[in-house]
Design a protein around this ligand. Structure first.
Ligand SMILES: [Zn+2]
Length: 489
């Protein structure tokens, strides 16, 4: 039974109750025991009939979030943000409505997603737009709501019994628990901890690379229409608090159509074409390449003797491979990290493997070393305000425009001759070129451009394949957030 220790190091295993005999094989025992746990849970949640007939749930909640490795500073305490959230699900009609309003990382958001069977829409109340979703998926969109709603996880167990195995017994908060698995339609498998006395769900876990272990806690149960719902929910990432939900209201088996009505006072716009899935190379100017796919892009600048890479988002090795096809003989000598956020530092390893020196600010040294394959041998160079690469025939400037509402230090790349600026996380640049009302981050970027007197013609970024013009930035600044009536509470 020792192999069940992997569940979690922080929880001690209860004594294994009996030895496994040849007839009672481990897989068989795992399936049978899971079925017993599921049956007991169904009873505790109002009975299998009640759970089978639990068709719709509507919940309003208040979220407190902690921006782990995504705060303005490179270390804890992490920035705390708040948001209001609304979710409504109807299984029979495959309808889901999810709405979030709040702010974080220097951006405000106020939008919703509506899925009605085969159709789906993304609504931006801030932008005043409704956009059809290209490939709507009830399972994918409703997954996060189900994962934080205990009776809906039990309903999943009822429907997907065959995916469940018993993993073992553990003591959690001084109480013995059975741990069983659940594989939902979409996403990695969950381990669910059921209290052996109350048969209620106390905890669930899943492993989400590259973030690590995500741990969900279900607390303060109260009964709604005969079904126990937890009123408090806490989520930890690698043991650190990440999300705390206070449920403000719960309704069961009420119609939810009224929330799924498309607002008529918003502009219906076409969906942005999806970003390419294969790594592509765009030569923005001679020897200046934007390389990337999906939601992550990096800039490669060819100097006389070497190449300088800017940006450290996911997939840098593939982007280097692509650049090698057009620049075969020059080494990548520098890799510039725009900022310390976890999604902008995977590139450290790739640049280290190339033998490159990583450019960052002194304040981010620890984060960069921790992201390296070998912390001690990582070659670092620190930028103080500005570093100029003068490669003879080309000039590339790395400028710290921080502090910004997003981070204390933000390195942007500036090519003065070409008028090209590369930035990360401060300018939204949708693939359809439809600008959104500028966030505080974008306003700060525009301010910095003015203060530094940069004659920007072209803006490219870490999250878009689109080559924007300075007019796009101006258009975004000129747009005010829409103020419109909303259909969901
Ligand atoms: Zn960021």
């Amino acid at each position: 039974m020792k192999n069940f220790m992997f569940i979690t190091a922080s929880i001690s295993l209860a004594m294994a109750s009996s030895l496994v005999t040849a007839e009672d094989t481990l897989p068989l025992k795992a399936v049978n025991r899971a079925n017993e746990v599921i049956d007991a849970a169904l009873e505790a949640y109002g009975g299998s009939e009640v759970i089978a007939e639990l068709n719709s749930v509507t919940r309003k909640s208040h979220f407190t979030t902690w921006a782990t490795n995504q705060s303005r500073s490179p270390g804890p305490p992490w920035d705390e943000n708040e948001q209001m959230s609304f979710g409504a699900i109807d299984f029979e009609n495959k309808t889901f409505v999810g709405k979030n309003k709040g702010s974080g990382g220097g951006s405000e958001f106020n939008g919703s997603q509506i899925i009605k069977a085969e159709e789906g829409w993304q609504i931006s109340y801030r932008g005043g737009t409704v956009t059809p979703i290209a490939e709507p998926s009830f399972d994918t969109t409703s997954g996060p709501f189900i994962r934080v709603t205990a009776p809906l996880l039990v309903k999943q167990l009822q429907d997907r019994r065959q995916t469940s195995h018993w993993l073992g017994e553990v003591v959690l908060d001084g109480r013995p628990h059975d741990v069983i698995t659940l594989v939902m339609e979409v996403g990695p498998g969950l381990s669910l901890y059921f209290d052996q006395k109350t048969h209620l769900l106390s905890r669930s876990e899943r492993v989400l690379p590259p973030f690590g272990q995500v741990d969900y806690r279900f607390l303060d149960y109260a009964t709604v229409e005969g079904i126990p719902f937890s009123k408090t929910f806490k989520l930890f990432v690698n043991g650190e608090p990440n999300l705390h939900i206070d449920i403000l209201s719960t309704e069961v088996n009420q119609p939810i159509e009224q929330y799924a009505v498309l607002p008529t006072n918003l502009e219906m716009v076409e969906a942005a074409p999806p970003a390419p899935t294969e790594v592509g190379l765009q030569e923005i100017s001679e020897g200046v390449f934007l390389a990337g796919a999906g939601g992550t892009y990096a800039l490669f600048v060819e100097m006389d003797e070497h190449v300088i890479a800017v940006g450290g988002t996911a997939g840098i090795p593939d982007r280097i491979k692509a650049i090698r096809e057009v620049i075969e003989d020059k080494p990548i000598k520098y890799g510039v990290m725009t900022h310390h956020h976890s999604d902008h530092i995977p590139g450290v390893r790739a640049y280290q493997a190339e033998g490159a020196t990583v450019l960052t600010v002194k304040e981010n040294e620890a984060v960069m070393r921790a992201a390296a394959t070998d912390a001690d041998s990582l070659k670092l160079q620190f930028v103080k305000d500005r570093h100029v690469f003068d490669g003879g025939s080309r000039k590339l400037e790395i400028i710290d425009i921080g502090p910004t509402p997003h981070v204390e230090h933000l390195l942007v790349a500036w090519l003065p001759e070409e008028g090209i600026l590369f930035e990360a996380d401060h300018f939204q640049n949708p693939t359809n070129g439809r600008m959104q009302p500028a966030q505080a981050t974008t306003k700060r970027l525009a301010e910095a451009i003015d203060e530094l007197g940069l004659k920007v013609k072209t803006i490219v970024g870490a999250h878009s394949p689109r080559i924007a013009s300075i007019d796009d930035l101006r258009r975004s600044l000129a747009l005010a957030p829409a103020e419109v009536a909303q259909t969901s509470p």
